[in-house]
Design a protein around this ligand. Structure first.
Ligand code: G5P
Ligand code: MG
Length: 262
């Protein structure tokens, strides 16, 4: 396990509790790198359609700027493309049913991504979600703090049906709480917004059950280690100033221009 002088934080909470919304504010005010397991999976799901194209292996050659096409090298590139497709297909089958992706796949995906963030303060969103994942993360690094958004399930169910996202960036909107400037369009890129397939009421119920059974024990795991900091409420705008004040104690040196405003 590596102990880093940089901040290693996790944000937890039931589906729809506001992890993505609060993460965006933390990024804005504290400049940490954000890694969301759900965004990573959806990115892999998205790649599925692109990677099935016949031209895809060539696309990867160009993307990496490699012109030497010897047999061995081609095999390697092809394997990269195929593995993206497989994770995407597998993830979709689990996510559409509101079930968690198997621990070994999820852990490998996230820990590989984390290696690229060694030099930065980071915030994990949606990972770990089982005790096995938390133990695997502990073997790699020392987690400093775990922010828990404690929002009642009844509040959450209403929120998710009104959620729209920009898939490429993970930006999150809500028709009532944080609508886009133009309906159906991302504020920054002008690209169309979509609804998540797993925001259907029956899938939301299964995701909440999975949270109760598999993720609540992770809260206990971190509570016993003295790392858990819970923030309870039904409105992100009321919870946020408390999270902001808490993170100021963790990252006092980061320049913060905008006080606690969202
Ligand atoms: P995800 O993508 O990690 P969930 O289910 O954990 O998905 P989700 O749905 O992304 O969490 P969130 O990020 O907690 O929710 O919430 P959010 O998007 O910020 O806010 C929800 C909505 O409420 C938005 O529209 C927002 O604008 C609005 N909102 C926020 N605050 C307020 C407020 O105060 N008032 C109102 N009215 N609205 C508000 O994971 C997806 C799937 O991937 C797999 C699983 O299958 C999972 O189900 N997966 C994993 N599987 C195994 N292991 C892992 N570690 C996995 N990670 C993901
Ligand atoms: Mg999210």
């Amino acid at each position: 396990m590596v102990v880093s002088p940089l901040l290693r934080a996790v944000i937890m909470g039931p589906p729809g509790s506001g992890k993505g919304t609060v993460s965006a504010r933390i990024i804005k005010h504290f400049g940490v790198k954000h890694l969301s397991s759900g965004d990573l999976l959806r990115d892999n799901m998205q790649k599925k359609t692109v990677a099935l194209s016949e031209e895809e292996p060539l696309y990867y050659c160009t993307f990496h700027g490699l012109s030497d096409r010897t047999g061995i090298f081609h095999c390697f590139l092809l394997k990269v493309v195929i593995s993206c497709v497989e994770v995407g297909i597998l993830a979709k089958s689990y996510i559409d049913q509101g079930r968690l992706i198997p621990d070994d796949i999820m852990t490998q995906l996230m820990l590989t991504e984390l290696k690229g963030l060694d030099q930065y303060n980071w915030l994990l969103d949606g990972f770990p979600r089982t005790v096995a994942q938390a133990e695997a993360l502990d073997k790699e690094c020392h987690v400093d703090t775990v922010i828990d958004l404690d929002v009642p399930f009844e509040t959450i169910k209403c929120r998710l049906t009104a959620r729209w996202i920009h898939p490429a960036s993970g930006r999150v909107y809500n028709l009532e709480f944080s609508p886009p400037k133009v309906q159906g369009i991302d504020d920054i890129t002008g690209e169309p917004l979509v609804q998540r397939d797993d925001d259907k009421p029956e899938t939301v119920s299964r995701r909440l059950q999975a949270y109760d059974a598999q993720t609540k024990p992770v809260l206990e795991y971190y509570r016993e280690k003295g790392l858990l900091k819970s923030f309870s409420g039904t409105e992100t705008n009321k919870i946020w100033p408390h999270i902001y004040a808490f993170l100021q104690t963790k990252l006092p040196d980061v320049s913060q221009k905008n006080a606690a405003t969202p």
